[in-house]
Design a protein around this ligand. Structure first.
Ligand code: NDP
Length: 295
C-alpha cells in the first residue's frame, strides 16, 4: 500500500500549463474568466494569467514567454501590432490584418494568429445562422476590430464590403489595402451625418467604439429607412452586450448579433489553437456573462 502511494506521488504533475494575456491596461479584461472556466470544465491543469506589460517591456515579456514555456498568449492594447517582430511566424490572415491577438507555440516557435475576425465570422454562422458568402456587408469603423472583420469577411467570400468611417485618412487607405491583399471588392465611404444603410446590405456591423462602457447612451448615427427587413445587425462592442444600437435594431425588427458572440468565439478558437481540444462553448459564454455582470 505504502509503495503504491509513493508511486502515485512520483507520477503526479504539479506543474500547470500556462497561457497569458499581455496588455496595458489589462485589469478589466474578462478573457481569463472564460478561459479558466473552460480549463476547469475540461479538467485541465492549465492557468490563464492576466499580466500588465508596458510597451517598453514587451520585447522582454516575449523572452519571458519563451523562457517559461507558455503554451500561448493573447495580446491586447497596445501590443497587437508591436508584438509581430518578436514572433517566429505570422499566419497569412494575421499578416493581411497586420495585427496579432493570439500566439500559439509549436515546438519552440511562436506563431502569431488573429482570431478576432474569425470569432466574428463564427458568430455570424453559428449564432445568427447567416452565411456571409455573396452578401453585401457594411462595416462601420476602420480600427483594429474593423480590419480583422473586413479581412475575414473578404476571405469568406462576401460579395462587397463597404467601409464607412468618420476619418477618411484611416478608412480609405485601409479599404484600398485590404482590397488589394484579398482581391475582394472593398469600398470606402466617409461617414457624414446619419449613414443611410443601403437596401442591398445583408449585414451591418458596428466596429467602432461608439456605445462602449461608460458611454452606453451613445449610438452610431444610422438611417434605417432603406434597410432590407432581413438585415443582420452586429455590434463588436461587448460591454454592455446589449448596446443602444442593437436595442434600436431589435426594436425595428432586425435580427441582431452582440459583441459577446465575437469575444467568446475568438476565445474558443484560441483555446483550440493552444490545447488542440474543443472547449465547452456554453461554459465560456456563461463565465463571460457572469464576469461582465460583476463589473
Ligand atoms: P480602434 O480605436 O482601433 O478604432 C476605433 C474606431 O471607432 C475608429 O474607426 C474610429 O474612427 C471609430 N470611432 C470612435 N469614436 C467614434 C465616433 N464618436 N464617431 C465615429 N467613429 C468613431 O478600436 P478597435 O477597432 O480596437 O475597437 C473597436 C470596438 O470593437 C471597441 O468597442 C472594442 O471593445 C471592440 N472589440 C470587440 C472585440 C470582440 O471580441 N467583441 C474584439 C476587439 C475589439 P476614426 O478612425 O475616425 O477615429
Amino acid at each position: 500500500m505504502r509503495v503504491a502511494c509513493y508511486r502515485a506521488l512520483m507520477a503526479a504533475n504539479f506543474r500547470a500549463e500556462l497561457v497569458a494575456c499581455l496588455g496595458q491596461p489589462v485589469d478589466e479584461n474578462p478573457t481569463g474568466a472564460m478561459q479558466e472556466a473552460a480549463f476547469r470544465a475540461m479538467g485541465l491543469n492549465w492557468r490563464y494569467l492576466t499580466i500588465e506589460v508596458p510597451p517598453e517591456r514587451l520585447r522582454e515579456a516575449i523572452v519571458g514567454v519563451r523562457a517559461f514555456g507558455l503554451r500561448g498568449i493573447n495580446l491586447t492594447i497596445p501590443h497587437k501590432v508591436a508584438v509581430m517582430p518578436y514572433l517566429d511566424e505570422i499566419a497569412p490572415d494575421a499578416a493581411v490584418i497586420g495585427a496579432v491577438n493570439t500566439v500559439r507555440r509549436e515546438g519552440g516557435r511562436l506563431i502569431g494568429e488573429n482570431t478576432d475576425g474569425k470569432g466574428f465570422l463564427r458568430g455570424v454562422w453559428v449564432d445568427a445562422g447567416v452565411n456571409p458568402q455573396g452578401k453585401c456587408v457594411v462595416v462601420l469603423g476602420a480600427g483594429g476590430a474593423a480590419r480583422a472583420i473586413v479581412t475575414e469577411l473578404a476571405l469568406a467570400g462576401a460579395a462587397e464590403i463597404r467601409v464607412v468611417n468618420r476619418s477618411r485618412e484611416r478608412g480609405e487607405p485601409m479599404a484600398a489595402e485590404l482590397a488589394a491583399k484579398t482581391g475582394a471588392k472593398i469600398g470606402f465611404q466617409k461617414w457624414v451625418g446619419a449613414y443611410a444603410v443601403p437596401r442591398a446590405a445583408g449585414i451591418l456591423v458596428n466596429a467602432t467604439s461608439i456605445g462602449l462602457y461608460p458611454h452606453v447612451e451613445a449610438m452610431p448615427p444610422v438611417d434605417w429607412t432603406a434597410a432590407a427587413p432581413g438585415l443582420l445587425v452586429c455590434d463588436a462592442v461587448f460591454n454592455p452586450p446589449e448596446t443602444r444600437f442593437l436595442a434600436e435594431a431589435r426594436r425595428r425588427g432586425f435580427p441582431v448579433l452582440d459583441g459577446l458572440s465575437m469575444l467568446v468565439y475568438q476565445g474558443v478558437i484560441g483555446f483550440q489553437l493552444w490545447t488542440g481540444m474543443d472547449p465547452p462553448e456554453d461554459v465560456m459564454k456563461q463565465a463571460l456573462r457572469s464576469a461582465l455582470a460583476v463589473r
